[in-house]
Design a binder for this molecule. Structure first.
Ligand code: HEC
Ligand code: HEC
Length: 492
């Protein structure tokens, strides 16, 4: 079933890699010592002898490592599998260095032959880590979507009445002109004037920059989606450090945040109550809330979050060239984009950027540089310097990139990966270098260390990344909002 759906991709990604995937499966099953140790080395930070030792077995091992990587692309339970292998290898730490003795090598060879035969007979089944977006987003049980909720959420999204000084709206930093993100490295909220790259602080302000780059909310409805297309909207991870869960809960956070919307107008604990009070005092909002949620007391913090969530869930863009290609339109992607897609998987980008959103929705330490505009280093939250794998959807519209907004172009991003990993020749030894002085080399994510052969000058890869964008989406702003304030705040 899956194989049929991804048939085209499998044709494109080539028979060779598929054989290696299956060969790896064989090696994993029949020779747990070999693959377990390899995997263990990778997880221990690439410092183990298996990766760095120059032995005659290096080639086989490097290839097995490639296969390992590729097998993780197709394995739904890859992290569990890796963890199991890791545990296994720890329990077998004294396994001798020369893993691939002649007899073992013979076994591996026999395995590969077997696998080739299996492949030829058509029993091999495979699945790509990448797939098209669903055409519509699901809603959580507590907040079914309706035209009235979406319409109310849209008014709220553009109404600066939600901010302390009534000068910032959600749309100030999430604007359709920039794919519902912002063309600015670090956002400017309270006391800001202008839009995108020309937004600046008004004179004499004491408000600091927002700590991070604004994320797009286009397709945020799909946050948390896995490779099989499953996701739970009520548990969807939000923010670069995943500190909020679900659109419903996230929506109230900017209202409380000092530099985003609250400013010095009221204390954090009062913010939501003050804003709800403002809305309840407005007859037009009272009517809109009643028709969206029913009852005469419908203006509540809970419903404010639900309406904003319902509107944001309606902002989807699911017809990128990649999506159309995956749904069967063989002409939707050109030759360069297809070459780029193969490279994306081969290099190992898809080990983290996977599923329909091109994110595993996990935290990883990459050592991305801090933004020099900030007074202090941004260490994220629970795990030091770990940030969520960014979705690669709609990158054509959402520069600059990374949580700190330090890279202006996709070429800059590739240069970063090239720099951190190095090209390391055909077999890809790689160097591992941290670009953030607060992050040591050893802290870098194991999957980052597994990248092989990144090249900062790779037009095909860039073409593929651009093919993940769909520029046909709702770009409309309301002509007025119920408060009568300027739509979108001070963005003129
Ligand atoms: C001053 C600019 C600014 C304003 C105003 C603002 N945001 Fe954001 N938004 C950001 C930034 C910056 C981030 C990333 C913050 C982080 O990760 O710490 C973000 C993140 C988000 C996310 C998470 C997206 C994801 O994929 O995780 C959502 C959803 C969101 N904002 C919705 C809203 C809503 C709804 C409002 C209005 C109530 C709003 N924003 C107001 C700048 C802003
Ligand atoms: C170890 C997991 C991992 C691997 C491997 C990886 N990435 Fe990333 N990627 C991330 C994380 C995490 C972020 C966000 C980092 C941050 O902001 O600090 C990110 C951010 C990005 C961004 C910025 C997106 C935005 O909206 O700001 C791009 C583009 C990108 N990666 C492309 C790639 C490419 C191309 C490759 C392969 C060469 C790759 N990534 C390999 C985890 C990974």
């Amino acid at each position: 079933m899956v194989a049929i759906q991804f048939g085209t991709v499998m044709r494109e990604s080539g028979i060779k890699s598929r054989v290696w995937q299956l060969a790896q499966t064989f090696v994993t099953v029949a020779l747990p010592g070999a693959s377990g140790s390899l995997s263990g080395c990778a997880w221990a930070g690439g410092k183990g002898a298996g990766v760095s030792a120059k032995s005659e077995t290096e080639t086989v091992m490097a290839k097995t490592d490639v296969a390992m990587k590729q097998s993780t692309l197709i394995d739904r339970n890859n992290s569990r599998q890796d963890a199991a292998l890791h545990d296994w290898s720890r329990g077998h730490a004294e396994i001798p260095r020369g893993l691939m003795r002649p007899r073992t090598a013979a076994f591996v060879f026999a395995g590969v032959v077997l696998v080739v035969l299996l492949f030829a007979s058509g029993t091999g089944r495979s699945q790509s880590a990448m797939s098209a977006l669903p055409l519509a987003a699901s809603t959580p049980a507590g907040n079914p979507s309706s035209p009235a909720r979406i319409a109310l959420g849209r008014q709220l999204f553009w109404d600066p009445v939600l901010s302390g000084n009534k000068d910032v709206a959600c749309g100030t930093c999430h604007h359709p002109r920039f794919g519902y993100a912002e063309n600015l490295d670090l956002s400017i909220g309270v006391d800001g004037i202008g839009l995108g790259g020309s937004r600046r602080f008004g004179r004499g302000t004491t408000i600091p920059f927002v700590k991070r780059n604004s994320q797009t909310i286009l397709n945020v409805a799909f946050n948390g989606i896995d490779e099989t297309g499953r996701y739970t909207p009520s548990a969807a991870p939000m923010f670069w450090d995943m500190r909020a869960v679900s659109l419903e809960q996230q929506a109230l956070v900017p209202i409380k945040t000092h530099e985003e919307m609250r400013g010095n107008a009221y204390p954090e604990d009062d913010a939501v109550a003050v804003v709800v009070g403002r809305l309840a005092a407005n007859a037009e909002y009272r009517t809109l809330f009643s028709s969206a949620f029913g009852g005469s007391q419908a203006v509540t913090a809970d419903n404010l979050g639900k309406a904003l969530a319902a509107f944001q869930r309606s902002l989807t863009a699911t017809q990128a060239p990649f999506d159309r290609y995956m749904r069967g339109d063989a002409n939707a992607m050109n030759a360069s984009e297809l070459r780029g897609m193969r490279r994306f998987e081969r290099i190992g980008c898809a080990n983290c950027h996977k599923g329909p959103m091109f994110s595993d929705f996990q935290l990883h330490v990459l050592g991305v540089p801090d933004n020099p505009k900030l007074p202090a280093s941004d260490a994220g939250r629970d795990v030091p310097y770990a940030f969520r794998t960014a979705s690669l959807r709609n990158l054509t519209m959402t520069a600059p990139y990374m949580h700190s907004g330090v890279f202006n172009t996709l070429e800059d991003v590739l240069e970063f990966y090239d720099d951190v990993r190095g090209r390391g020749g055909r077999r890809g030894g790689g160097v591992n270098r941290s670009r953030n002085p607060n992050v040591s080399r050893d802290q870098l994510d194991p999957l980052l260390q597994r990248l092989r052969g990144v090249d900062d000058d790779d037009p095909d890869l860039i073409a593929f990344l651009r093919a993940l964008s769909d520029e046909e989406f709702d770009r409309t702003l309301p002509t007025r909002v119920p408060s009568g304030l300027p739509v979108g705040g001070r963005i003129q």
